[in-house]
Design a protein around this ligand. Sequence first.
Ligand code: PMT
Length: 399
Amino acid sequence: MSSLLGKHIILGICGGIAAYKSVSLLRLLVKAGAEVQVVITPAGKEFITPVTLSALSQKPVVSEFFTANTGVWNSHVDLGLWADCMVIAPATASSIGKMAHGIADNMLITTYLSAKSQVFVAPAMDLDMMAHPSTQANIELLRSYGNIIIEPESGELASGLVGKGRMEEPEKIFACLETYFGRKNDLKGKKVLITAGPTYEKIDPVRFIGNYSSGKMGYAIAEECASRGAEVCLVSGPVALTVSNPSIKVINIESAREMLDACEDVFPRADIAIMCAAVADYAPSDVADRKIKREHDEVPVIHLVKNPDIAASLGASKRQGQIIVGFALETDNEFANASEKLRRKNLDMIVLNSLRDKGACFGTDTNKVSVIKSDGSRLDFPMKSKREVAKDIVDSILS
Ligand code: PMT
């Protein structure tokens, strides 16, 4: 049974070519048993007809403040109170700007401003509009209001250009809503510290020692924990990702030292720490203050010093009731190495992933993990999306 059964959903449609995809989204929502009220901007009606939308939703489509022939007032306040959630897909640059700044000049924006429930926003526009600082700033404002941004995909756009701006597919938007309504609140009241991404260890102002971590695994864990009610602090190395859940506070760092400082600051107040970052084990002992030139005859030698082991440091200061979960990234002798790290770092659980598994570990959207606990028990999972792996990890922590 879908978690959307019986839910009241406002589907907001703005004037963009991606409006044709809203029809598929509407069908998916209705098929799942949701009651959907479509609110469309005047420009939206240029792209998709209200007749199609009302036939599929079995409700008159709302667009104007008053119904022309009867003079009946469409109450945005009532609609806002009626909804269990509002999803605006597609959300154009213009509507995003109006939503961010409270410019209530049409029925969709007034409904948005009146909505008391969670709002999902799925932007869709051409790549340059998407990348423009004003659009990005407006999206950040919406995020800061607690709206969940369903990031657009990269791909071919209506203009023929290729880049980021294509509205997320209806199936994925639908899945976001299902996850939202199906979420368990089993981490409510818990504070979770998560590390993600690589660390960069500076050689000189233009070079660093780093690794291939994209942050996808750690960010998926952060989203999973937040969607289950946790207050999340995500200490992140340099990655190209954003978070969508407002309960995730991101602390951006670059080096292992900075990651250690941030973790040591947050950990005393945390209930759970999940150490997913790929921390560089070594850093140059000296950072050149100018770019190292190549005209020297001799090849420069970079002396390295050991970085702090952040997981081990937290493990040493762990108090009763705190749980620390580590990761082990291995290429050989996987289980023995992971079990040794679990013991040496005083962890409660370790998530093993091996570079020998194609589609696992760095940069991929999938991972294949085994969970080993300090009591010696072990669970092997098949290859799954990183979001599903995150769910398995959280389930394992709670069990
Ligand atoms: O970011 P993605 O592209 O999605 O890739 C995900 C991932 C492969 C990075 C992730 O799944 C993963 O395996 N993260 C841990 C990588 C790692 O550094 O493993 P390790 O075996 O070297 O370290 C063991 C544990 O100690 C880890 O929890 C690590 O965060 C921690 N550690 C390691 C070194 C160090 N100096 N300090 C640490 O805290």
